[in-house]
Design a protein around this ligand. Structure first.
Ligand SMILES: Nc1nc2c(ncn2[C@@H]2O[C@H](COP(=O)(O)OP(=O)(O)OP(=O)(O)O)[C@@H](O)[C@H]2O)c(=O)[nH]1
Ligand SMILES: [Mg+2]
Length: 367
């Protein structure tokens, strides 16, 4: 690829993708710095090799490419970005589905059943996760891989646990970029799992086309503890565990959700969020919910809402990355680091207004 910089990079900026692109063109032997810090698999000529592997849908090279993207080393960052640039034209041709639900809702069991169903129907399925707790416990998808045993063995499926380091913003970036790599590798259904707590749901909503909430029976009780905001993110609620003696209750809960959804604003223009039931244990209801997702895709592609959402998501991602970089710049600034404790004390003691403190901090930041 050419040495094109991102629009938001400064003209003379070295730290962005500009130096990546150069790195790709350089021969390794002429650059001792590169040779010194970069392991064999990330050398520039190997980026081309990784790219070929990804485009051929080879799992081993796809996994290596993802590891490169997940690396926190600045050197790897540059190579990872150059790899991503080179596959951009092969991305986007999938349906991206977010799946959320409280712990125990059956997400893992559902993804196993749904993913296996999709593979049997001829799709290629990638399963990714955004897990805010993964930096603490090492990632839940890995922990319960036993529940996805069949899917994990399926040659048409690819399961990747949540990146285990960094901020939620960092996890967000890595998951989005992993999604692009998976698309380039020919996966046409991307499932992004997240635990139904806090911020991560909104983040996943911001990277998928369709958002599905797995719920349990007893909507009335559950709703009391569930923020209305979450229901306004969903395109579909699936009441899981609709089997055995729980089936009647599940159908009742489904109707309750239908009524509630009717009064809420749908996140997708022209689409009325739907409520269904399924059993992840016996597979009942899964073909029907896939059909509804098909209706959704058809409708939103015809109306242009599908593409419009993707454009908006790319734009929002751009701004969220800019914000993140600005924050890092600010808080890592040596002068700011030195003066913040003092300002903090003055504000707490009521000696200085917050506005004045921020004003002084920025004067020093710009110095
Ligand atoms: N009867 C029945 N049990 C189910 C169904 N789906 C999941 N379960 C059971 O519910 C329990 C929790 O399922 P998981 O798939 O681990 O739930 P999860 O949402 O992934 O949970 P976390 O990973 O802790 O967030 C397990 O014991 C499953 O066997 C279902 O459709 N029917
Ligand atoms: Mg799970």
């Amino acid at each position: 690829m050419s040495g094109k910089k991102p629009e938001w990079a400064e003209e003379n900026e070295d730290g962005f993708t500009s130096s990546v692109q150069e790195g790709v063109k350089r021969s390794v032997s002429s650059d001792t710095k590169v040779r010194k810090f970069v392991k064999k698999q990330e050398r520039p000529q190997d980026i081309e090799e990784l790219k070929q592997g990804v485009l051929l849908g080879e799992r081993a090279r796809l996994a290596r490419a993802i590891t490169l993207i997940e690396s926190n080393s600045p050197q790897h960052f540059e190579y990872a970005q150059s790899l991503l640039q080179s596959i951009m034209t092969h991305t986007g041709k999938s349906i991206r589905i977010g799946i959320s639900g409280v712990p125990g809702a059956g997400k893992s069991t559902f993804i196993e059943a749904f993913g296996t169903f999709l593979c049997q129907a001829g799709h290629k399925v990638a399963v990714l996760a955004v897990d805010p707790s993964s930096s603490i416990n090492g990632g839940s998808i890995l922990g319960d891989k036993t529940r996805m045993e069949e899917l994990a063995r399926n040659p048409r499926a690819f399961i990747r646990p949540s990146p285990s380091e960094g901020t939620l913003g960092g996890v967000h970036r890595k998951t989005r970029e992993t999604m692009l790599l998976c698309e380039a590798a020919g996966f046409d259904v991307i499932l992004v799992e997240t635990v139904g707590v806090g911020q991560s749901e909104a983040i996943v909503r911001g990277m998928v086309d369709f958002f599905l909430l797995l719920a349990l029976t007893g909507a009335g009780d559950e709703l009391q503890g569930m923020k209305k905001g979450i229901l306004e993110l969903v395109d579909m609620i699936v009441v899981n565990k609709a089997d055995g003696s729980n089936k009647t209750a599940a159908l009742r809960t489904k109707s309750e959700y239908s009524r509630i959804l009717h009064f809420l604003k749908s996140p997708t223009k022209g689409w009325q969020a739907k409520s269904l039931t399924c059993s992840s244990l016996n597979g009942e209801g899964i073909p029907a919910l896939w059909e509804v997702i098909g209706d959704f895709t058809e409708l939103t592609k015809q109306s242009g809402v599908f593409e419009e959402r993707r454009r908006m998501q790319a734009k929002e991602w751009l701004y969220s990355l800019v914000n993140e970089q600005l924050q890092t710049l600010f808080f890592q600034n040596e002068r700011i680091k030195r003066m913040l404790p003092q300002l903090e004390n003055e504000v707490i003691a009521g000696k200085k207004t917050v506005t004045q403190a921020v004003h002084e901090a920025f004067i020093n930041f710009y110095k």
